[in-house]
Design a binder for this molecule. Structure first.
Ligand code: GAP
Length: 428
């Protein structure tokens, strides 16, 4: 089994990610997050929001709607230019992204020795159409292809309601939809996915662009490293002119070295005044009265893609132990509580009490099945950083065993100090 197969299988078996609408044969490019997946996803989003909004004075958040007036997409250039090149195999009529070398190669291999030909490359728009209203003709609208435009169209509302001054940023997390030609590599390229984005507005000055661009590159790289992604698996890659999106004057990706090659984690883009000028929006400096169209540096990451890469990077095996070495801040459960024996009333009662106290502040798993070794293995596989065992000594001295996922070391900790102990580990 290769690494991706192991991850896909673990994700399904343990309730992280399921194929969308599976009982009806699935639907390509759509995925459902299970009980552990939704926790991991929420933790990623929470960490992003904490870093990008709560810990800063110059960023505010919004949550714009998914469907917008279609004029937005005309103005932003998405209806004309948000496209991917597509070719069709003349033998079996399967369509593949012309710029996706892997998919082209894979397709050739699927025909074995047969010589295949491709049609001319054509551009296909990625926007997903929806139809609103109940009577004909229905109003055509679009599911947003990037969450970004919701920020730009609210630019004035945000400036007026918050009095925030340039330079400042607007952060948002939300769903985006793209009619991807070749969804694949598990959730890596989906048709429905979540983005976490910052649009950072600056004065239109060349020297600022360079400084702010480099600043955000570093901030975003540090975020992934701080949450445990191994440095050797990360790099920056600048986009060639032909790769850049229609709005980008400069674009660099943070890439992850996955088992299917170096792949985009997140994009840092300099969008200039593309969007605000297309929406005819300006900024008025409250002190000087100067009016101008701000320039924008954007950081745009995928929640699903991050989740996938966090899983891949955290996965390890040690003899017959499978371990997800997720950063504790991301782990679905922070702790698991076990009574040493499930059939000892006193142990179970004490363990239940400790479980109830801990779960007031942490998401805690309870397990009383099988033996302790099996319970450890089961928690290791889903990334639970610490397991707390209530044993006979607990009944004597009110201490428990805390076992660390990564080192497997165990220590005795007083029940009275347990909450602080985990709090310090998670914050520190
Ligand atoms: N607002 C800019 C923007 O949308 P992008 O490079 O097209 O830029 C940003 O997308 C991020 O969104 C990507 O780095 C990736 O993490 C995520 N993303 C884009 N398309 C995706 C897809 N089809 N499936 C999953 N994630 C995707």
């Amino acid at each position: 089994m290769d690494l991706m197969e192991k991850i896909t299988s673990l994700a399904k078996r343990r309730g992280f990610i399921f194929p969308g609408s599976e009982i009806y044969g699935g639907i390509q490019g759509f995925w459902d997050y299970g009980p552990l997946g939704v926790e991991l996803k929420n933790n990623i989003k929470h960490e992003w929001w904490r870093t990008m909004v709560y810990n800063r004075n110059d960023v505010v958040g919004i949550d714009a709607s998914i469907i917008m007036n279609p004029e937005v997409w005309k103005a932003s250039g998405h209806l004309d230019s948000f496209t991917d090149p597509l070719v069709e195999c003349k033998v079996c009529h399967q369509r593949v992204r012309a710029d996706n070398k892997e998919a082209i190669e894979e397709h050739k291999e699927s025909h074995k020795d047969e010589i295949i030909e491709w049609t001319e490359s054509k551009l296909f728009n990625l926007m997903t159409e929806v139809f609103l209203g109940v009577t004909e003709p229905k109003q055509k609208a679009y599911l947003r292809g990037e969450i970004t435009q919701g920020v730009f169209v609210n630019f004035q509302n945000i400036v007026y309601s918050t009095r925030i001054k340039i330079p400042f940023g607007i952060a948002q997390i939300g769903k985006a939809f793209r009619n991807e030609i070749t969804p694949g590599n598990f959730t890596f390229r989906s048709r429905e996915f979540e983005q976490m984005e910052l649009e950072y507005f600056i004065k239109p000055e060349e020297k600022e662009v360079e400084r702010v661009f480099e600043y955000w590159k570093e901030q975003r790289m540090n975020w992934y490293v701080g949450l445990g992604i191994k440095k050797v698996n990360l790099r920056f890659r600048e986009h060639a002119v032909s790769e850049k999106a229609h709005y980008a004057r400069k674009a660099e990706d943070i890439e992850y070295k996955s088992s299917f090659g170096w792949k985009e984690f997140e994009g840092v883009h300099y969008r200039g005044d593309w969007d605000l000028s297309r929406h005819k929006l300006i900024y008025k400096d409250p002190k000087t009265g100067e009016e101008y169209t701000p320039w924008v540096i954007e950081t745009s990451g995928g929640v699903d893609r991050s989740l996938l890469f966090f899983l891949i990077d955290a996965y390890s095996e040690d003899k017959d132990r499978k371990i997800l070495k997720l950063h504790p801040k991301l782990s679905p459960y922070k702790l698991a509580v076990f009574p040493l024996l499930a059939n000892n009333k006193k142990l179970v009662e004490k363990a239940r009490k400790i479980f109830a106290e801990l779960r007031r502040n942490f998401y805690v798993a309870w397990d009383d099945r099988g033996n302790i070794g099996k319970r450890y293995f089961s928690q290791d596989e889903i990334g639970t950083p610490w397991c707390v065992t209530i044993d006979f000594q607990t009944l004597d001295d009110n201490t428990v065993t805390v076992r660390d996922r990564d080192t497997t070391r165990q220590e005795r900790v007083s029940v009275d100090n347990l909450e602080n102990y985990f709090h310090n580990k998670l914050v520190g």
